[in-house]
Write a protein that binds this ligand. Structure first.
Ligand SMILES: Cc1cc2nc3c(=O)[nH]c(=O)nc-3n(C[C@H](O)[C@H](O)[C@H](O)COP(=O)(O)OP(=O)(O)OC[C@H]3O[C@@H](n4cnc5c(N)ncnc54)[C@H](O)[C@@H]3O)c2cc1C
Length: 309
């Protein structure tokens, strides 16, 4: 039997991971906490639209249908598009809905032995011969818990799931200092359109906090393709030391604009292109994806540039 790969989450990243691991002959099993696919797109108010033009928010081998004429499709259109993608590539049968992963454990060599490894898994191979992953899954419908033993685990849990990140406030300087109702944006997004409209009707609103996720459909797709190629043996990872050094370098680069008190988050916006170039090189692709020097110099890169040639 082929290797079993557990994928946690059936948002855009989980679906992509499922599709690309299947394409390499693996057996993916996707655990999704909720009852449907689409992740964040199932939890936004109906009026939400994608911020990037749709040409930059599409799967490289599955363009938007011609029936969607809007430049920035809305939540329902995005969900329909994701659903068609999953149906087209027959991914739904690999997904276990209402299945929440509550724990993951690696069972194999001792901690001391692993500490001594110079390469991933001891040998540099993606799959370890001596170890397996135990994935603890709670079935929310039958209220039972099952342990799945798999060869590899891919986390596709997104950045906005489940637990709201609420800061700790000094006494009497938190929500109680505000004479009104205070809710986290996740609770607002959980409301249906009518409840959300009613909630804000006639109120003055203060929105606290703002963040761009900079997560992006085609970068997720590139990562999943890279991972599938790694699992398929197209290339090997460098030593753990080299990877740690590289992580430090990336971290320093990503934070180089982070000195201002108002801009403390790392910035990866400028890195997409360079990052995708590295993924292409690892996979043995030419990172210059455009046809002709003029296009290479002046045309922005988008999902279709990374379609298989
Ligand atoms: C309002 C909004 C607008 C956006 N607009 C754009 C845009 O215009 N352009 C762009 O490039 N990006 C945009 N994004 C970014 C968007 O986040 C990504 O494009 C993409 O949808 C993220 O998918 P994901 O699969 O990585 O994560 P998610 O969609 O968050 O999916 C994660 C999934 O994992 C599941 N999960 C989590 N924990 C567990 C667990 N323990 N067990 C089982 N399942 C679990 C969750 O239920 C969820 O279904 C937007 C995001 C939002 C919120």
């Amino acid at each position: 039997m082929g290797k079993q790969v557990a994928i946690i989450g059936a948002g855009i990243s989980g679906l992509l991971a499922c599709k690309y691991t299947l394409s390499k002959g693996f057996h993916p099993i996707v655990f999704e906490n909720s009852s449907s696919i689409g992740g964040v797109w199932t939890k936004t108010v109906e009026t939400t639209k994608i911020q990037t033009p749709k040409e930059f928010y599409q799967f490289s081998d599955f363009p938007w249908p011609s029936s969607v004429t809007e430049g920035h499709p809305d939540q329902n259109q995005v969900l329909n598009y994701i659903q068609s993608y999953a149906q087209h590539f027959d991914l739904l049968k690999h997904i276990k809905f209402n299945n929440k992963v509550s724990g993951i454990e690696y069972e194999g060599p001792s901690g001391d032995e692993m500490q001594a490894w110079s390469h991933w898994g001891g040998t540099g191979e993606p799959f370890s011969s001596g170890g397996k992953w135990k994935v603890v899954v709670e079935d929310k419908q039958s209220l039972s818990t099952k342990i799945h033993v798999v060869d590899f685990v891919i986390l596709c849990i997104g950045r906005f799931s489940d637990v709201p990140n609420i800061p700790e406030f000094p006494p009497n300087k938190g929500p109680e200092a505000f004479h009104g109702e205070v809710i986290h944006s996740m609770n607002y997004a959980d409301m249906d359109y009518e409840s959300a409209a009613k909630f804000v009707e006639g109120k003055q609103l203060a929105v606290i906090g703002f963040s761009e996720s900079i997560s992006n459909l085609y970068t997720s797709e590139m990562r999943c393709r890279w991972l599938a190629e790694l699992l398929g043996g197209t290339f090997k990872l460098p030593s753990i030391k080299e990877m740690e050094k590289d992580v430090e370098k990336w971290d320093a680069y990503a934070k180089r604009y982070a000195s201002s008190q108002y801009y403390r988050r790392s910035c990866i916006g400028a890195l997409h292109l360079w990052y995708n170039d590295q993924l292409c090189k690892d996979m043995g692709w030419n990172p210059k994806r455009k046809k002709g020097l003029f296009a290479e110099l002046f045309e922005p890169y988008g999902p279709m540039d990374y379609a298989s040639s």
